[in-house]
Design a protein around this ligand. Structure first.
Ligand SMILES: [Zn+2]
Length: 279
């Protein structure tokens, strides 16, 4: 069976009180890395899963009301952490990336889309429909900053087709359906509802083990082990808190039955370190 390579990279981080994100621990701030993934498919070439923070985030949050976003999640991004610079170190130019898969439209996942002039953008249609056209406070309430989006986003959109959902291999139960991006089961986009409308994760078959990129379906690996949602305050931010808990419980079940599947939340330092050590 063919396999992809997957490199987990970090484009900036923010800090946020641990207790809010973890549902336990202190109220002091903890580091919250914004990861994205470079995936190299044997025939389709490179693609990205999200982009992390980009320069556009800082421009977009200079003024009211978007300042609130930056104040709530104080963010640091070093120039060399920009996705384009990290890809350059791997011999890839921005124009070499033909496709970016977007988990959801929160600004810490999409703020560098504009750095990739040749990329088409794939996402779950509901995710875009939920934020498209929002401005100001209405956008901010959805953690969406329209100012970070490339002006030609819709011209380059290649949304996933919900009609293409197919049963997943049984090893990924209780997750049952996904979209097979290249028809070879190497990359499967899987709906992960709850955190944001239309959020997707990505199941990637690497030579070592399947890797499940979870975006914000949960924030800490400990949440999966303990089946523990974040603090009620954080749940207020979610599109659907009941769906979030159901998705988290499904991840807990998958982890218990298939510990070999690497579960990687986008903002979890522990998962980041574990994946780096294993690859
Ligand atoms: Zn998010």
């Amino acid at each position: 069976m063919s396999a992809v390579t997957l490199t987990l990279l970090e484009a900036g981080h923010c800090v946020f009180p641990e207790h809010i994100t973890r549902g336990r621990g202190g109220f002091g701030p903890v580091r919250f890395p914004a990861t994205f993934a470079l995936i190299e498919h044997p025939t389709a070439g490179p693609l990205l899963f999200d982009t992390g923070y980009g320069r556009a985030f800082f421009t977009a949050t200079r003024r009211w009301p978007n300042q609130l976003y930056a104040r709530l999640t104080p963010t640091t991004l070093r120039e060399e952490q920009l996705a384009v610079h990290q890809l350059a170190q791997r011999g890839l130019r921005p124009a070499d990336i033909p496709r970016i898969l977007i988990s959801h439209f929160h600004a810490d996942h999409v703020s560098a889309l504009g750095d990739f002039p040749a990329a088409r953008f794939s996402y779950w249609p509901e995710a875009w429909a939920a934020v498209r056209g929002r401005r100001g406070l209405s956008a901010l309430r959805a953690a969406y900053l329209p100012e970070v989006m490339p002006p030609d986003f819709e011209a380059r959109a290649a949304p996933l087709d919900p009609a293409a959902l197919r049963p997943l291999p049984p090893e990924f139960a209780p997750f049952r359906h996904g979209v097979d991006l290249f028809g070879d089961e190497t990359l499967l986009a899987v709906p992960l509802p709850g955190h944001a409308v239309g959020q997707i994760g990505l199941l990637a078959r690497t030579a070592a083990a399947p890797v499940f990129l979870l975006a914000d379906a949960c924030w800490h690996s400990s949440a999966i082990r303990e089946d523990r949602p974040p603090h009620a305050l954080a749940q207020l931010l979610f599109a659907d808190a009941a769906q979030y808990r159901a998705t988290l419980h499904a991840l807990h079940t998958l982890h218990m039955h298939r510990p070999a599947v690497a579960l990687v939340p986008a903002h979890c330092e522990e998962a980041q370190e574990r994946y780096a050590a294993a690859s």
